[in-house]
Design a protein around this ligand. Sequence first.
Ligand code: 0RA
Length: 651
Amino acid sequence: MSEEKAKNSADYSADNIQVLEGLEAVRKRPAMYIGDIGVKGLHHLIWEVVDNSIDEALAGHCDTIHVTVHEDNSVTVEDNGRGIPTDMHHKEKKSALEVVLTVLHAGGKFDKDTYKVSGGLHGVGVSCVNALSSDLKATVYRNGVIFEQEFKIGVPQYPARQIGPTDKRGTTIHFKPDASIFVITEFKYETIANRLREMSFLNAGIRITLTDLREIEDGTPKRDEFFSEGGLVEFVQYLDETREKIIDHPIYIESDQNGVPVQVAMNYNSSYSENVVSYVNTINTYEGGSHVTGFRRALTRTLKSYADKSGMLDKLKLEVSGDDFREGLTAVISVKVQEPQFEGQTKTKLGNSDVIGAVDSAVSETLQSWLEEHPKEAKIIVGKVILAAQARHAARKAREMVQRKNVLGGGGLPGKLADCANSDPTVCELYLVEGDSAGGSAKQGRDRDFQAILPLKGKILNVEKAHEHKIYDNEEIKNILTALGVKLGTANDDKELDMTGLRYHKIIIMTDADIDGSHIRTLILTLFFRYMRALIENGYVYIALPPLYLLKRGKDERYCWTEEERKLMTADMAKDGKIDSVGIQRYKGLGEMNPEQLWTTTMDPNVRTIKQVNIESAAEADHLFSMLMGDEVAPRRDFIEKNAKYAKIDT
Ligand code: 0RA
């Protein structure tokens, strides 16, 4: 070997070792790159690849993205963009394609001057996805040629190769998450669908399809297509689908303030809840931040000044607060920030303070002229604000009265509560149980050291349709609040939850496995979502899963939680072939179980399964609750029909 050549190959392997070290770092600490190695991190892989295609679309070169989940839980993301460049990258001595897929952050570095990254600013790059995939194959259709390259745990199996001519354009990435890294490898259709729907609203004009080859019915795979022409305006209409609008068409605001693109769509409905959803670079900022602050400031100031000028507030004896301008408001805020600073518990709060002013001036300018041009609608909005102020004062009075009574009465716990002996909230559990009879069984079956029982009578108030002051007239809700030890509203914020007195860190909703039970469960969840969201966010709220069947054959008794389990176990118990010798008891209600059965199946921490309630997307949860509990019947019926397979479990 000549000296020259030896040097080159040494360089080559040195480069390669560097690349492998980079990818090895990702495999050693995957959570540092994708958040976690659970269900969230797993789905993050899809977002990462889709973000790249979205960027290509935002650059104006692609309008369609297909996402497919395969039977083996591998995923294909296909776009019709320019295709990842495949020419040789001289410094790295490998194709650009290989660089993009193997060098950390190559995506950003490599294409910085070629095109502007607009969507995936949070992106860790496809190379991370590659490092965390047992297998990945990239196929590029570019300049009339098909190129492909395959990888295993990020390691190229061969250099990018040409495999034939094509008249297509685009990039296809097929990857299978590495089962030795992820604790969960099963993708959730709804999670992907929700994110892609959100993406299609946030990036108007891009067609995104989702196909699930794991679920085939009558020869057709489960499939959805997401496309929004109207973007944020349609997003607001979607969120308010089941609410009664008080303004016909959402207000739309778009501007570019000092290099910060701002988009806002908003509308008012007749409900009492505020629903402001915000995004930075298409990432959902659950905790809000400077863009939301700017929006609120502008909204309050602009509406207040209009209302003052209109004279409508003259007769109002109460002061109007910021909250009053947001009752019944649904808004989506989307900003693009070059170097976003994320803060807060879950790193979903925007910190960049210059964004406050950018959103504030965008919103106040457009909103002010909108109000002047739409006097009829403006009057409706101000009328709604006045009603909100009056209702808020009524709610505060009612709340103070309840709280005063509690203090005067010694802060007594509800008579119906069977409390536990332990007083350490971190180990204590409160079961919210449907009906007095099941409540009775639960009281007898529980471990009274750390398990408390609060039976609930029938259906609690539907808070989706009632204003806050009504909930202080409702015995069941008052009992829940007192038992929990929480207070709605703090000294400086009516909407904040005071949980300094919280008495249990597990709140377990236990209802019958029938339609009524699932309705009651939704009513309770709606109460938590609307008024005690912090408890859900802290992971304190759970759903008990009582068994659906008891199978009996002689002394052999087994519980089943699903239809499938019932079939398998019946066959297993009747190994000698006498299937009809297996007795089946279908549990319709918790009341059919005796205390001991309830303990062994549903309450004993060593064997029970309880489902933690989490808010995957506040926008989706809001949409779901308003649909299930709101006024309009048709969307609810559609939803139940569409999900009949799942709903059946409840009948
Ligand atoms: C770098 C440069 C160019 C396109 C891309 C990357 C690109 C990346 C991905 C990832 C998924 N789909 C993609 N599509 C394109 C521009 C190349 C040119 O100038 O032609």
